[in-house]
Design a protein around this ligand. Structure first.
Ligand SMILES: Cc1cc2nc3c(=O)[nH]c(=O)nc-3n(C[C@H](O)[C@H](O)[C@H](O)COP(=O)(O)OP(=O)(O)OC[C@H]3O[C@@H](n4cnc5c(N)ncnc54)[C@H](O)[C@@H]3O)c2cc1C
Length: 397
């Protein structure tokens, strides 16, 4: 039997960290988190509502994010910061506390555009693109989804026909983050030998884009369609290291990891906004935070927040140990986005009519999270991945 230790009375935990998760981070991780948190508070929070309303991405922040090492942050070499998965996750968390659009930009740049070049590119492709992408001088996008092929991208119609030393691309991609602003598109298309990744430079004849307007979610993020009409891409622009769906799926695993973390940032921002509001909003002669029904909502938000953060942290520790399985990423992406969305909705209700305005971040996060719930594998698709892993039976079709 272990002896019962006598300790001093534990300190009351912070309202946004009821499990003292902060103590599970090392000094470098805390420093990275605090740096990105400060950047978001000082540079993002004051302007993001206007960008959301105008439907524009805050391009002016790209240089600063690059300087902080946030682009391709978890990749080694080629001008990338080479930091741990947990550090990358913490940065995603803080960015998404600002806005999912900002985290999406960083996820797409680092995990969906730089990662495939880093993992499957030739040495020449790596040297040519990665250092400039890390500096934010070249913006990337990732074209997998098509108008008729979302959850089942393997049915894609975009195709690549080899003619001499050139591939001729035909087809289209839809819902592509950064599409209209990208200098380089990583495009997945069906070639004779299987699905291949192509590096398509902006301005290549036969390649055009148009931005998707009238979105009610991720408004501070560019989302576009990509069109390929006999677009000729030199064979040297093919990613040589992968053929088949393993290519795009491994990129998605990287990005989903960041989303699992990012969602906890939006979750925290909504909870904190509701908590502050509830403490100062007086109805029936007292702050609404003093009513049991409001406390129940806040208690659930705070509990789900730390549960999500613990999931993300364990996922990060597994990834840093080289031990993460895709199904574990599905568990965290599905849970953390789902719970963040629930918290956003509850936070909105706590804030009454004020909750629907852009003066507070809650409705903005709530609308953003609807996209996050859907992209990078919908909630349903992650449910099926988990279901298959635990039963051994596929229920996809
Ligand atoms: C803002 C935004 C940004 C995006 N950025 C990118 C990007 O940068 N690059 C990119 O390639 N894609 C991107 N996407 C696309 C995104 O990945 C897809 O929207 C997603 O994969 C779902 O595809 P879909 O919208 O066609 O829905 P569908 O696949 O048509 O699904 C519709 C519904 O059916 C359900 N469903 C589908 N199959 C099954 C099944 N077997 N069992 C049960 N239910 C099922 C889904 O869960 C969903 O509820 C983005 C999307 C958004 C909204």
């Amino acid at each position: 039997m272990t002896a019962h230790k006598t300790t001093t009375r534990p300190k009351m935990p912070a309202p946004s960290d009821l499990l003292n998760i902060d103590s599970m981070l090392d000094e470098e991780e805390r420093m990275i988190r605090d740096t990105v948190r400060r950047f978001v508070r000082e540079r993002v929070d004051p302007i993001i509502g206007e960008h959301f309303e105008a439907g524009t991405f805050p391009r002016e922040l790209i240089g600063e994010m690059a300087e902080m090492g946030l682009l391709g942050m978890h990749l080694e070499g080629y001008g990338c910061a080479g930091l741990s998965a947990v550090s990358y996750g913490l940065a995603c968390q803080e960015l998404e506390a600002g806005d999912s659009g900002l985290r999406s930009f960083v996820s797409v740049q680092g995990s969906l555009a730089m990662f495939p070049i880093w993992a499957f590119g030739s040495e020449e492709q790596k040297q040519r693109w990665l250092p400039r992408m890390a500096k934010g001088e070249v913006i990337g996008c990732f074209g997998l989804t098509e108008p008729d092929h979302g959850s089942d991208p393997s049915g894609m119609r975009t195709n690549a026909r080899l003619e001499g030393d050139t591939y001729v691309l035909n087809g289209s991609k839809m819902w592509i983050t950064n599409g209209g602003v990208a200098d380089l598109a990583v495009v997945w298309a069906k070639a004779e030998e299987g699905i291949r990744g192509f590096l398509v430079e902006k301005g290549t004849p036969g390649f055009s884009t148009s931005d998707i307007k009238h979105k009610l979610s991720l408004r501070a993020s560019v989302t576009s369609e990509l069109y390929f009409d006999n677009c000729r891409v030199p064979a040297e622009n093919v990613l040589p290291g992968v053929v088949g769906m393993r290519g795009p799926l491994s990129c998605l695993s990287e990005a989903r990891f960041g989303i699992a973390w990012g969602a906890t940032g939006a979750h925290r921002a909504c909870y904190e906004a509701a908590l502050e509001y509830a403490k100062s909003r007086v109805q029936f002669g007292k702050p609404i935070a003093g009513f049991q029904l409001v406390q129940q909502k806040l208690a659930i938000m705070a509990t789900e927040l730390v549960k999500s953060e613990l999931l993300a942290l364990q996922l990060g520790r597994l990834k840093d140990a080289g031990q993460v399985h895709p199904v574990q990423i599905s568990v965290a992406k599905r849970n953390n986005v789902r719970e963040a969305l629930k918290t956003a909705r509850e936070a909105r209700s706590v804030m009454g009519a004020n909750g629907i305005t852009l003066e507070y971040p809650v409705s903005r996060h709530m609308n953003n999270l609807e996209s996050v719930f859907t992209y990078e594998g919908t909630d349903d698709i992650h449910t099926l991945i988990i279901g298959q892993a635990i039963t051994g039976l596929s229920a996809f079709s």
